[in-house]
Design a protein around this ligand. Structure first.
Ligand SMILES: *Cc1c(COP(=O)(O)O)cnc(C)c1O
Length: 376
């Protein structure tokens, strides 16, 4: 191609890709440091575990260094053994991914052809439309009910073209959740050939509450079309390493394995995930810290007279009642990184992740600062 010939890459992209916007991650601490020269920054924008990595994980990573020049185990044998024991499922039911994001993409690539439809909810996790449209399929958005999944509306959105339904429980960014009866009533309505993805990225946090929620694993025997997705990125604190997994019927796992990139999970991620799984005291500490942090943050929101969506996860979506873009910027100037929800069509909301007690306190101090109060 000569330099003066005209080339419009976006026009060459598939129509599904043309209709996408890139996923907007939480702003990294280093970026805000560069931009504003702040020294004390609190990142409460990506639902990460504020405890940082455990010693058990750090030791496992050191051990993995010796094998750096080797390809990882492409079958994740040891990690699957560990997961199989921990979850009481067969290794053949497991698909491990480079983050559960990878697993969501595998599902889209394996089951969605152009012109097929995938159903997800309004305000659902942003990766579902990306995974769907990237393979040329059509995303069908079911209207939400009180910011959460309306499983009745989602069942009604299923057509003869629907191949996949994505559910997140709890959903990110809203924190909304559904109960067992609602889930089973939905599953009973879904045609047997439609894959239902139950994304339990925050399952460890739900499990620590008294609430009524469906533990996806207990339904795999009843519903052969169910895929449960979980991750080591959130409660397990391994976001940087990228490791997540699906649990499904072995024949579904076999299909996903056919489109998986070889060596999609690196050896550090595999070693760390095994160590993390064996360190359940870290999870106990994590969920305990989160419960206390949720109380701390929600008390402050109530005192400030702000609306928020109730959440058992490690984040809360806060409604500032006005377009929150300026409020988001004001928080950044206070050294607090939050997640704006304008990309989710929730422009008056900011999502705050639950951090350490002192990090939450920095958020609360900023929330009550004159600069931010003036913007509400
Ligand atoms: C964070 C998150 C994921 C997990 O992403 P990873 O790729 O495993 O880091 C999946 N689903 C939802 C709803 C999430 O919020």
């Amino acid at each position: 191609m000569s330099c003066d010939s005209v080339f419009y890459p976006l026009e060459q992209a598939t129509s599904g890709v043309q209709g996408l916007h890139p996923y907007l991650p939480g702003k990294p601490v280093s970026e805000l440091q560069r931009e504003l020269g702040l020294s004390h920054i609190v990142k409460l924008a990506s639902n990460e575990n504020p405890l940082g990595p455990s010693d058990a994980v750090l030791n496992a990573l050191q051990g993995a260094c010796a094998e750096l020049s080797r390809y990882p185990d492409g079958s994740c044998f040891e990690l699957k053994q560990a997961l199989s024991q921990f979850l009481d499922v067969l290794p053949t039911q497991l698909t491990v991914g480079n983050g559960s994001n990878d697993v969501l993409n595998l599902i889209a690539r394996a089951f969605l052809a152009p012109d097929d439809e995938a159903v997800f909810s309004e305000y659902a996790f942003a990766v579902y439309p990306i995974a769907t449209q990237a393979v040329g399929a059509k995303g069908v958005v079911a209207p939400a009910k009180q910011w959460g999944h309306d499983l009745t509306a989602m069942a009604e959105a299923i057509t003869a073209r629907t191949k996949v339904v994505f559910l997140a429980n709890p959903n990110n960014p809203t924190g909304t959740q559904f109960d067992r009866v609602t889930f089973c009533a939905f599953m009973d309505k879904v045609p047997a050939h439609v894959i239902v993805v139950l994304d339990e990225a925050y399952g460890e946090y739900l499990a620590a509450c008294d609430g009524d929620y469906p533990d996806g694993l207990t339904y795999l025997d009843t519903y052969a079309n169910l895929i449960v997705c979980r991750t080591f990125s959130k409660a397990y604190g391994l976001a940087a390493l990228r490791v997540g997994y699906a649990v499904s019927h072995p024949e579904v796992a076999d299909v996903l394995n056919r489109v998986r990139s070889p060596f999609n999970v690196n050896s550090f991620a595999q070693a760390a995930a095994i160590a993390a799984l064996n360190d359940q005291s870290y999870i106990e500490q994590t969920v305990k810290l989160n419960r206390a942090g949720l109380v701390q943050v929600i008390d402050a929101l109530q005192q400030a007279g702000l609306d928020y969506i109730p959440s058992n996860a490690n984040f809360v979506a806060v409604d500032f009642g006005v377009n929150a873009a300026d409020i988001h910027q004001a928080f950044l100037r206070e050294g607090v990184i939050l997640r704006p929800l304008a990309p989710y069509n929730m422009p008056s909301f900011l999502r705050v992740s639950i951090g350490l007690e002192q990090e939450n306190a920095v958020f609360i101090k900023a929330l009550n600062s004159a600069a931010i109060r003036a913007l509400q």
